[in-house]
Design a protein around this ligand. Structure first.
Ligand SMILES: Nc1ncnc2c1ncn2[C@@H]1O[C@H](COP(=O)(O)OP(=O)(O)O)[C@@H](O)[C@H]1O
Ligand SMILES: [Mg+2]
Length: 664
């Protein structure tokens, strides 16, 4: 398993948090900026459209202004009189004065047939016919005032004045987006004109007064439009608001500037606008590349009095401020997004640490628990779920520790049990071995005893007879008495040997072991060998009567008690106990002395027949006792500590004996 690292969790959390903020932030930025930009552009276009109607109004006002001057002049009686009388001298003087005062470019009067009477600007040019002038033609025809825009040929302009023709003349500068043009020289000009009929006092038509202003290189109207339109003059050195009057496709009056700062007249309209406005007669609104930079522009056609499209009126506002606004908005949005991401990363680092640190701790603890170290009481400052996990881990560690301790304890117990059982098996094994040894020795002893018995009887009979025959006081009598006495002793031993070998079956009857012990104590207490021995007894009252041969058991107890007294020649304590053993299936009798103990090297042999350490011992006491207890289904154990005493313990089973009783 790849180890858990605080870093990997942290970086993953940070990546997730960051992605979670970047995606919506970017979408919001894009959508937001687009919405804002569209709104701004729409508003800019609306403004341009309204600016265009303002421009149209200014344009029309100028025409109205010209009309009113012409109308007033044509109504003056002196003028009417002079026209009627063909008074050229008066008219020359008067028209020139009015022309100058009202800043008109032309002021011409024709008679009712259309023949020029006088030109205010050029007194020497008269007598020609102006019937080809649509304005004049229409006034003569309708006797109505006519006003509007008109394109006047170079020749006609020249007739009005050479400097007017000069003012109109333009050599066209080619521009990249313009529609190609056949002639790159333009001699005609565009004029705002008004023509008014002249009536005498009797209301008889006398002629026509025509006045006008040449628009070519005249910046009055476009500058006025600009002044009304604009909120500020310049943006980064460029005109913010611009207005232009086109004569057809030619810029004849404008405040758009060239790179070098000169006014950008004598340049052409773009092909796109040319097609839409001049060819199709539509209004055109949109991004326009004007001379050298982008504008949001609005164009509409200028028509002559016959409704023929002869030019374009244009207003535009610089696109750059809007582009800058777009850029700034975008930068602001991106900036906010970046700051947001930065903050989120900070927060997520903090959060990630808060989560990953306790997780890492948990992992370390888990590893330690795996290694068997349960001693942890993990206290964490962490989110609630992790805290819960930690306390589960703590609980698990504690449980594991308890289980482990239990297991260890169980192991120890098992070991002890195995040891106990091994000892028991060893004991049983040695008992078995001893029983076999006893059995074979018993057979041998019985054979020997049987062989000795007959000759011994002969010796006893003959020596007894011999003793009877000897008179009192005979010196041999004492020797024969010794023979008789020793022979009787031999016969006693042989008899005992035979008894031992015969292994007489026990005559069992219900016996109270405590009573048996009490009787034995009474029996031995007054013996001289018990003079210095203090006898103590602890007899448990609640031991049941058991089925045993009381004579045989008494013999066993006497044998052991006598051995104890023989061991304590200089006195000591003899303690006799009786009790039930712990599992309640045997009666346990223990006989303890404070003698010198049994040396380790002979402890194995004390139950052997004829094994004795005593001068006149028979070595049969313990072997006979062993045999008797074995026949009762019990066991004898000995424990001895050299120098401080010996304890013989007899186990007599209860159950077994009871069952045998029931069977018999
Ligand atoms: N209480 C005891 N203290 C010390 N040694 C003992 C004790 N009981 C028995 N013995 C030893 O066991 C031997 C065998 O005892 P036993 O069979 O009764 O034969 P005997 O008494 O005739 O020697 C004894 O000679 C003695 O060495
Ligand atoms: Mg003995």
């Amino acid at each position: 398993m790849k180890p858990l690292t605080a870093k990997s969790i942290q970086s993953q959390l940070i990546i997730y948090f960051t992605i979670a903020i970047i995606i919506p932030a970017v979408i919001t930025s894009i959508v937001g900026v687009k919405l804002i930009y569209d709104q701004i552009i729409t508003r800019a276009e609306t403004k341009v459209v309204s600016d265009l109607s303002t421009a149209r109004e200014i344009y029309q006002n100028k025409i109205s202004h010209i009309e009113s001057i012409i109308r007033l002049t044509a109504a003056r009686s002196l003028v009417i009189k002079a026209v009627g009388e063909n008074d050229k001298v008066f008219l020359q003087k008067d028209l020139l004065r009015t022309l100058k005062r009202e800043q008109l470019d032309i002021l011409t009067v024709v008679d009712k047939g259309g023949k020029v009477i006088s030109r205010g600007r050029n007194p020497n040019s008269f007598g020609d016919n102006l019937l080809n002038d649509t304005f004049v033609e229409r006034v003569i025809k309708t006797k109505q005032i006519v006003r509007g825009t008109d394109v006047i040929s170079g020749g006609q302009l020249f007739k009005e004045s050479a400097d007017l023709a000069n003012q109109a003349h333009m050599e066209i500068t080619p521009t990249p987006k313009a529609k190609p043009r056949t002639s790159l020289s333009e001699k005609s000009g565009m004029m705002l004109k008004a023509a008014v009929p002249i009536f005498d006092d009797s209301n008889v038509f006398q002629g026509v007064l025509i006045g006008g202003i040449l628009l070519n290189r005249n910046f009055e109207i476009v500058d006025k439009i600009k002044t009304i339109m604009q909120e500020r003059q310049l943006y980064k050195g460029k005109e913010v608001s611009t207005a232009t009057i086109f004569q057809n496709d030619l810029r004849i009056s404008t405040n758009v500037k060239n790179e070098d700062g000169t006014v950008a007249i004598a340049t052409l309209v773009s092909e796109e606008v040319n097609d839409a406005v001049l060819r199709d007669g539509k209004r055109w609104i949109g991004d326009a590349f004007v001379v050298n930079t982008w504008y949001i522009g609005a164009y509409e056609p200028i028509r002559d009095i016959q409704n023929k499209i002869i030019g374009i009126l244009y207003v535009g506002i610089l696109k750059e401020p809007f582009n800058d606004l777009l850029r700034n908005t975008l930068i602001t949005f991106l900036g906010i997004t970046l700051v947001g991401i930065f903050l989120i990363v900070l927060v997520s680092i903090h959060q990630a640490k808060k989560i990953s640190k306790p997780l890492k701790q948990l992992e370390e603890i888990a590893v330690e628990i795996t290694a068997g170290n349960y001693n942890h009481d993990l206290k964490l400052k962490a989110p609630r779920e992790i805290e819960r996990l930690a306390s589960s881990l703590n609980y698990m560690a504690r449980e594991l520790e308890n289980e482990k301790l239990e297991l260890e304890e169980w192991g120890n117990k098992l070991e002890k049990k195995v040891e106990e059982r091994t000892n028991e098996i060893k004991k049983i094994h040695s008992q078995l071995f001893r029983s076999e040894k006893l059995a074979s020795l018993g057979k041998l002893a019985a054979g020997v005893a049987h062989e000795i018995n007959n000759p011994l009887t002969g010796v006893l009979t003959n020596s007894s007879l011999l003793l009877e025959d000897l008179p009192e006081g005979d010196p041999k009598r004492e020797d024969v008495e010794v023979i008789v006495k020793e022979t009787i002793r031999c016969r006693e031993i042989v008899k005992r040997l035979l008894d031992f070998a015969k292994q007489i079956a026990p005559q069992k009857k219900p016996t109270n072991i405590n009573t048996l012990i009490e009787n034995i104590i009474l029996l031995v207490r007054n013996q001289t060998s018990f003079r210095n021995i203090k006898i103590e007894k602890h007899l448990s009252a609640d031991i049941p009567d058991i089925m045993v041969d009381p004579d045989q058991v008494q013999q066993v107890l006497i044998n052991i008690i006598l051995n104890a007294s023989e061991a304590m020649t200089r006195g000591g304590d003899l303690t006799i106990d009786s009790q039930m053993d712990t599992n309640g299936d045997s009666i346990v009798i223990s006989i303890e002395d404070t003698g010198p103990g049994i040396p380790e090297h002979i402890r194995e042999n004390i139950f052997d027949p004829f094994f004795t350490t005593k001068e006149h011992g028979t070595g049969l006491g313990l072997s006979i006792s062993y045999g008797i207890i074995e026949q009762h289904g019990g066991t004898i154990n000995v424990e001895s500590i050299t120098g401080s005493g010996t304890t013989f313990t007899i186990y007599l089973p209860i159950k077994l004996l009871e069952i045998e009783t029931n069977d018999s």
